[in-house]
Write a protein that binds this ligand. Structure first.
Ligand SMILES: [Zn+2]
Ligand SMILES: [Zn+2]
Length: 251
């Protein structure tokens, strides 16, 4: 699998010279394999617009997997070019060959990918995904307030939201929206502080933890500093900053 981040911002698109390094587009992650195989797209934030343009040059099936329906995860759908490409279906509201599904809260298969979705802690129905292929795995927990509920350090893993999705994956893409001070003012808003994200990562023990869903107010220099703070807390856990255009190879 190759994982490409097309949008890493949370809550609201935040373009500007002081966010250009990490990117201002909201959540969108591409997962793909060989050039002739299907593409999985996790969420349809504003980052999906540029991905759609790139996908129009190729002819392969596209599967968009939404985590939930907050605007920052669906706002790009109306600008996703593959939806407006001609398919065999005629008379439909969109010209493409479109099929809609409810996300099953169980294991399911898309071409060579084995997926599992499960509800995670966030306001309104929200799922995280675990994706496995050829013995490699990644998990996507974009909007996740891991600290709301049981004690993160002491609770059994079975009771931790999202744990079974994230446990032992090669790559974990996880909400890291707030500083500790910000979180204290936003308990119940559905997101994690950087310390909570690290604590969850240390429990789930991924090969690499990628920070995601950056707060709109966090400039590149703030995110650089937060990344250093996270790395200092991480112990043996490898933490990579999630920035627009980042590519992770799992082969
Ligand atoms: Zn969000
Ligand atoms: Zn949300």
């Amino acid at each position: 699998m190759r994982i490409v981040l097309w949008g890493t911002r949370g809550s609201l698109a935040s373009p500007g010279s002081d966010t250009a390094g990490y990117g201002g587009n909201t959540a969108c992650v591409q997962v793909h394999g060989a050039p002739d195989e299907c593409v999985l797209v996790l969420d349809a934030g504003t980052g999906i617009r540029a991905l759609g343009i790139a996908l129009c040059e190729e002819e392969r099936p596209v599967h968009v997997l939404l985590s939930h329906l907050h605007l920052d995860h669906i706002q790009g759908l109306g600008f996703f070019a593959p939806l407006f490409q001609s398919g065999p279906t005629s008379g439909a509201p969109l010209p493409c060959d479109l099929t809609l599904h409810d996300t099953p809260l169980a294991e399911f298969v898309i071409d060579g990918y084995r997926l599992r979705a499960d509800l995670i802690c966030h306001p309104g129905p929200t799922v995280g995904y675990r994706i496995e292929r050829d013995g490699r795995s990644m998990a996507y927990l974009s909007d996740h307030e891991i600290a709301l509920g049981p004690d993160l350090e002491r609770t059994s893993s079975d009771w931790l939201s999202g744990f079974s999705l994230a446990e032992g994956v090669d790559l974990l893409v996880h909400d890291a929206q707030y500083t500790e001070e910000e979180y204290a003012e936003r308990v119940g808003w559905g997101h994690s502080s950087i310390a909570h994200t690290i604590a969850f990562g240390r429990r789930a023990a991924p090969g690499k933890l990628v920070t995601f869903h950056h707060d709109p107010s966090h400039t590149d220099s703030v995110l650089d500093r937060l990344h250093l703070e996270m790395a200092a807390m991480a112990g043996g856990l490898e933490v990579a900053p999630g920035y627009e255009g980042a590519v992770f190879e799992l082969w």
